[in-house]
Design a protein around this ligand. Structure first.
Ligand code: NCD
Ligand code: ZN
Length: 352
């Protein structure tokens, strides 16, 4: 069975400054192994992608190393707000972190938020890390400036219901959820210890039920929030939050299809059509993902991500990626990544 090339709108590729966790070559290899042919890289690198220099250097490195197509977010930072117009030229979208997570990027003041909403070009998305009442802040800004806002990794009942209310009133908001927030709960966080710790944290059984209830109407995308850290870091005293996801996301969602929790057509909307529409991304011609619906144990030994672990290790899923073609070339087949570093494209959008 063939699917279109999937798009992950929330990937951490760790360049610059975190190359021991992941780099463009390994992160995009992991993407292809997971049936993903385009990723949008997050800006919470070290230094963050909040200056034109950092963004341009990361784009050049991506062009040298990436095996699938990559777009990069710019990060909003109160000290670097003057760079927004220049950042907008080459970033796919702007990311605003309203809540605590890995990395220094944070926006906690209204003047910076106003500057972002007044300056960032209207045809490019503003994405937000917003939890609990921060979701209301994002909805308020979407209404005040009458422009689209995309909410990253929504994980709680109260958040998804608030977004459903906003959509009912016609406000231009969209949202993504991650497979780990659909398949794991706070009970798994206890079992997994640091390997089950991420932002937002895993929810209650009721939060998870709410996400499944809203998968067919309110939720727009499945995104991985692939956030690799080394095992040594995860087992250290100040363990960073985040879990990898590029290589398990499609298999988990195919499993949900076999369990009749969503249709295959809906999976394609959530992992291809809507991501492309929301972020205004280019088409990838002659690009397909061939999948087989068969029981498969998730094996972290054969993964392509540098981090080498997954919170889903040992779980049996009902689907696997057999072959991926990108622009007519076979780039992945039966466990082997065939695309060379640099064969992916760095995508940007014109100024309208
Ligand atoms: C992410 C990371 O490690 O960069 N961690 C996480 O727990 N999700 C940051 C983020 O997306 O919030
Ligand atoms: Zn993230």
């Amino acid at each position: 069975m063939n699917l279109p090339g999937l798009i992950d709108v929330h990937t951490h590729l760790r360049v610059p400054g975190g190359e021991h966790k992941e780099d463009f070559a390994t992160g995009t290899a992991a993407a292809l192994a997971g049936g993903i042919t385009m990723v949008l890289g997050m800006p919470n690198t070290s230094p963050p992608l909040s200056t034109p220099e950092a963004l341009e250097a990361a784009r050049a490195q991506a062009q040298a190393d990436a095996r699938c197509d990559v777009g990069l977010f710019a990060g909003a930072s109160p000290e670097q707000i003057a760079y927004l117009p220049e950042l907008a030229r080459h970033a796919i979208a702007l990311k605003i972190y309203l809540n605590d997570t890995f990395g220094p990027l944070r926006v906690e003041d209204v003047p910076t938020l106003r500057a972002c909403f007044q300056t960032w070009p209207r045809h490019k998305m503003i994405a937000m890390h917003a939890e609990k009442q921060s979701v209301a802040v994002g909805i308020g800004l979407a209404a005040a400036y009458d422009r689209p806002v995309h909410f990253c990794h929504i994980s709680r009942r109260e958040e998804i219901e608030l977004i459903a209310d906003a959509k009912m009133r016609g406000l231009p908001v969209t949202c993504e959820v991650t497979p780990h927030h659909l398949f794991l709960t706070e009970a798994d966080a206890v079992r997994l210890g640091p390997l089950g710790d991420m932002r937002p944290v895993l929810g209650t059984a009721d939060d998870v039920a709410a996400l499944w209830e809203r998968l067919n109407d309110t939720i727009d995308c499945i995104a991985t929030d692939h956030a690799p850290h080394t095992l040594a870091e995860k087992h250290s005293a100040n363990a960073p939050p985040g879990v990898p996801g590029l290589e398990t996301s499609l298999a988990l969602m195919l499993t949900a299809v076999t369990q009749n929790r969503l249709t295959l057509a809906r999976l394609i909307e959530l992992m291809h059509t809507n991501p492309r529409r929301i972020y205004n991304l280019p088409e990838q011609p002659d690009t397909q993902v061939e999948v087989e619906m068969m029981p498969t144990a998730i094996n972290q030994e054969i993964m392509h991500s540098k981090c080498g672990w997954t919170p889903f290790a040992g779980m049996t899923v009902n689907g696997r990626v057999r072959r991926v073609a990108l622009r007519g070339a076979v780039v992945y087949e039966d466990g082997e990544v065939l695309a060379a570093p640099g064969s992916g494209r760095v995508i940007s959008m014109s100024d309208e």
